[in-house]
Design a protein around this ligand. Structure first.
Ligand code: FES
Length: 75
């Protein structure tokens, strides 16, 4: 799905950028150019980045849910 029409950047390209180490919409913009022209796609770029970051986080800690990771560990 095309996310940034100005630059022709798809959600797959954004996900790939996150997989390759980008950790924010700003970093993805620098890497891919998404959102760097008219800016009309920035909220969609952020949504895809956040979704991709959550997915990468879940892969790195498959036994824990997002809620468990957010809760403080009590000893
Ligand atoms: S649609 Fe992405 S910068 Fe214009």
């Amino acid at each position: 799905m095309l996310v940034c029409h100005c630059r022709g950047i798809s959600d797959r390209q954004i996900r790939r950028a996150v997989k390759n180490g980008c950790s924010s919409a700003r970093e993805v913009a620098r890497e891919t150019g998404a959102g760097m022209r008219c800016g009309g796609c920035r909220s969609n770029v952020k949504a895809v980045v956040n979704e991709a970051l959550a997915s990468e986080l879940a892969k790195s800690a498959p036994g824990e849910t997002m809620l468990e990771m957010a809760l403080p560990v009590e000893g």
